[in-house]
Design a protein. Structure first.
Length: 109
């Protein structure tokens, strides 16, 4: 459970599912709630990622970093159509296919 959001990560099926106290949460909403507390660091090369663009996020504190315990390391998990999540133990990574999204988020970071 992260900030009232239950995150179910399946490394074998490479999917993420989200729930809160009201029931299932869509992948896009779940990812937005999850990444919303993390600090955007930069865009990275998408080598080995399932999409053209990758953004790296740093957990804001040790409590937020606990999410890494529930998500397999170095495995891309699809959270929604066109959006994948992975982590390397230090950064939460978001892969997507929209250069516009990268530019928009980096300009606001």
């Amino acid at each position: 459970m992260y900030e009232g959001l239950a995150v179910v990560a399946c490394g074998n099926c490479r999917e993420l599912l989200f729930r809160d106290s009201h029931g299932p949460v869509t992948g896009r909403v779940g990812l937005a709630r999850l990444f919303g507390d993390f600090d955007l660091v930069s865009a990275l090369g998408a080598l080995g990622a399932p999409a053209k663009e990758v953004l790296a996020y740093r957990p804001p504190n040790a409590k937020a970093k606990r999410i890494f315990r529930w998500i397999p390391e170095a495995v891309w998990l699809q959270g929604a159509d066109g959006l994948w999540l992975a982590h390397d133990g230090e950064f939460l990574l978001l892969a997507h296919g929209s250069p516009w999204l990268t530019r928009h988020l980096l300009d606001g970071a």
